[in-house]
Design a protein around this ligand. Sequence first.
Ligand code: CTP
Length: 402
Amino acid sequence: MSRLRGKNIVLGISAGIAAYKTPLLVRLLKKEGARVRIILTPNAHKFVTPLTLSVLSEEEVLTSFTAEDKDNPVWNDHVAIGNWADLMFIAPATAHTISSMAHAKCNNLLIATYLSATCPVMIAPAMDLDMYGHPANQKNLELLASYGHTVLPVGEGPLASGLVGKGRLLEPEILKDHILSFFDKKGPLQGKKVLITAGPTYEKIDPVRFIGNFSSGKMGVALAWRAYHLGGEVDLVIGPNTLELVESPFNIIPVVNAQQMHHAVMKSYQYADIVISAAAVADFRPKNQSLSKIKKSTATDTIHLEKTPDILFEMGAKKKNQFLVGFALETDDGLTAALGKMKEKNLDAIVLNSLQDAGAGFATDTNKITYIGNDEKPTIFPLKSKKAVAQDIWNEIIAQRH
Ligand code: CTP
């Protein structure tokens, strides 16, 4: 395959242990026909050798403002390199490099090239979990996103520190996929930010009990994968689930209860182009949460409840240009109820699944849906795998937006 033939990529590598993955990335990009010029930050050579990178990229690897030859120093023209690139890709981006980029601290060739480059920029962070989650680092990532750069998610798993959590550099194959989808202008969701909610929410009664529902999150995850394959940049806000999501190429924001889901959704909503609300949010939560386990001997037969925020309703009320799709899970007169929800929540479309249909709804691998757009005409689909249903839903959304 030569899907990157004619594409010029500057790969910026900063000094983190995850740099060991970059030779493989270079190999994958070269195999796809790209020209790859590599710039290391001053300490990155401690994690990956310039010789390996230069052999694989078939280019000179740059680290400083001047070439090494002391008797005949040559200026490495960061402006020319920046102009040459169709894409600047920083992987791994350490907290230090992220901070330097965010605040224009021009202390090495990589940052100088970044500041000179006029091409799109993608950043693949990698660091320890607490560093990644630190508000200062998160703020810097938000700043980079606000400059129009694409900030890729991190992987989750064992880290060099021995801790386990969020902070791993995505695997080279996945990084390559992001680069391919960036250049694949054919994807109808190219450049679109997609927000999807999925799964149930758990509302605590006491430390061991909760109010929840049987939602598995499978439908929302299938929608997220499809959106990613269509070229979208996806945020998936998902409640408690048992799905294998660790190496997913999109941004996963795990939450437990409706309040947390509300918070995460509203943060991402302001940047979103298309939103699909597939989560089965608990409508009520206990008014008072007991801090210790409620004993049978002292329990009453009443739990006082209060309403959780209706997240989709709030998104509808605050809608600017977002295309908003809701779900309606009904047991009775589905169509009327779904149309009612579409109007009440100011939606552009609603997906109805009726629990009267065998194989539809929660926890199954299949679903049977009816899609209703703003012409209010229902399109009824047969029972299919959730993966196929996700394709149908995205086909409808893309057709409706044209
Ligand atoms: N929804 C939401 N926040 C809530 C409840 C629902 O965002 N607190 C969203 C769901 O993700 C779904 C849509 O609203 O896209 C409809 O959810 P549903 O539970 O079918 O409807 P409700 O509005 O809760 O109404 P009812 O339970 O009375 O049917």
